[in-house]
Design a protein around this ligand. Structure first.
Ligand code: BTN
Length: 262
């Protein structure tokens, strides 16, 4: 990863302006947490060539071979803890838009936090929060993109995934992609913080591929099987059962989500 290349193409106001590029770490989230606790400002980004203990959503391990984009950005949202729940989805939107505009492909967002191409997972986004009393002290936006490695490296770990190398057939410019993702995130996060959630939701619906899919959602001990009919908000989806009843599910209460074949 070339820091000067990032300098040349970064168009953000704040995100990624301060950054740390590492060769290896346990998880960029661990490094970001220490920096945030030491006072690092919003937008500070940590990128690592590889992670030995990358973490995914639902406490899963996240394999992070060389060639990927493993990035965490520090967020200091002024609003309540609930804003944390929308971060994975608007982060996924930023990744989809960044990848699509840079590489001319059509990736989609899949609730609650995936970026997929032809139903195969290309990237995942996580959010971890650290609160003080009732307010959110800081949050960590974690972005993992399977970029310049073959997804066969992940086989057995996650069967239904892909990588940019698989799709495009040659290594992509990761620096350009990072700049584009950070700019997209800064814009969609700005929409959410300024209360323009309607615009953010419209953009999400344009990029969404979850609506219409059959899903199994684990909510504690309860399993909900049905069709995800629509995104209700930046954090909630509606799931319709066979008997025509429906439930609105918040991404914060879903322990795990499986997309089922039709
Ligand atoms: C998911 O889909 O489960 C979310 C995956 C998030 C992975 C990224 S890679 C950079 C950051 N560091 C981590 O340990 N996790 C996130």
């Amino acid at each position: 990863m070339d820091n000067r290349k990032i300098d040349r193409c970064l168009r953000t106001r704040q995100f990624g302006r301060l950054r740390l590029l590492l060769d290896a770490c346990t998880s960029t989230n661990d490094v970001a947490r220490d920096l945030a606790l030491a006072g690092a400002p919003e937008g500070y980004a940590i990128v690592s060539e590889t992670q030995t203990e990358g973490r995914g959503r639902f406490g899963r391990a996240w394999l992070s071979p060389r060639g990927g984009i493993w990035l965490t950005a520090i967020l200091r949202p002024p609003t309540l803890f609930s804003s944390l729940l929308s971060i994975p989805l608007i982060g996924a939107l930023a990744v989809a838009r960044g990848v699509n505009s840079t590489l001319g492909i059509r990736t989609k967002v899949r609730w609650p936090n995936d970026v997929v191409l032809d139903h195969r997972k290309l990237a995942g986004v996580s959010a971890e929060g650290m609160s003080r009393g009732n307010s959110l002290d800081f949050a960590l936006l974690g972005i993992g993109v399977n970029a310049n490695f073959s997804s066969s490296l992940l086989t057995g770990f996650n069967k239904s995934c892909t990588s940019l190398l698989d799709v495009i057939g040659r290594p992509v410019n990761r620096e350009l992609l990072i700049c584009s993702i950070l700019l997209e995130f800064e814009q969609s996060y700005g929409l959410v913080l300024s209360g323009n959630t309607t615009r953010a939701l419209d953009l999400l619906r344009e990029h969404d591929c979850s609506a219409g899919s059959k899903v199994r959602v684990f909510l504690g001990d309860v399993q909900l099987v049905g069709t995800l009919t629509d995104l209700v908000s930046l954090t909630e989806v509606r799931i319709a059962r066979k008997d025509c009843s429906s439930t609105v599910v918040d991404s914060g209460s879903a322990d795990s989500v499986e997309y089922l074949a039709d």
